[in-house]
Structure formats: C-alpha cells, structure tokens
Design a protein. Structure first.
Length: 120
C-alpha cells in the first residue's frame, strides 16, 4: 500500500486540473463534488467531518487519501479562513460600536443627541 501525503495529493490534483465543482452542507457535514479526472462525467463526493476528508473513490479506499479529498480539503480550509476573517471583522465592528457608545456615555451625550448634532 503506497503512502501519500496531503501535499503530494494536492500537487497531483493540481497537475490533473481537479477543481471542486460544488459544495453543500448535509446534516452538518460539508460535502464537495469533485469531477473525476479519469472518468469524464463522473463526480466523486468528498465529505469533511471533524476536519477529516473522506472520498468515495477507489484510491481513497486503498490509500486513505486521494487527489479529490486533497482539493476538497484545500477548499474547506479556504472557507474556514474566510469564515474566521468575517467573524473577526464583525467582532471588530461591534468593538468600535461599543467604544463609540462608551465614549458618548462618558461625555454625557447619547446617540440620539449625536445624530441630531450631526443633523442626521
Ligand atoms: Zn477520491
């Protein structure tokens, strides 16, 4: 049984031009559709649960990793990073709002007064 690293699997996937064609969430599990490289018209389904990617192809059954799982996992990581960035931006905005409210309270005016002062 040949061993394969995620890095090597991803390199093979990129060489073969494999890309995630679609993704959805079913019962909390991310599912990615990755078109087969060898069998045109066939799509492999990769599920990612608890950070582990599993593919329905034979390669995955033999090696526990395949190029489909690699591209799906790479897409999943990008989604996780984008989610974290969105959450951080929302938290930063909330912090700014809190700071503005605290400043207004400390200085004896409320938001309504401020908006009136600004002619809004
Ligand atoms: Zn596969």
């Amino acid at each position: 049984m040949a061993s394969m690293t995620m890095t090597r699997a991803l390199a093979l996937a990129e060489k073969a031009g494999l890309k995630v064609a679609g993704a959805t969430t079913i019962n909390g599990t991310r599912v990615y559709a990755v078109p087969s490289h060898s069998d045109a018209g066939h799509v492999h389904l990769v599920t990612i649960a608890n950070g582990v990617a599993e593919c329905d192809c034979k390669g995955y059954q033999y090696r526990g990793l395949c190029s489909h799982a690699a591209v799906a996992y790479a897409a999943y990581e990008m989604e996780v990073k984008a989610d974290a960035a969105r959450r951080q931006a929302a938290a930063d905005a909330a912090d700014r709002e809190d700071a503005a409210s605290a400043y207004a309270d400390d200085n004896g005016f409320d938001r309504g007064d401020y908006l009136e002062y600004r002619g809004m």
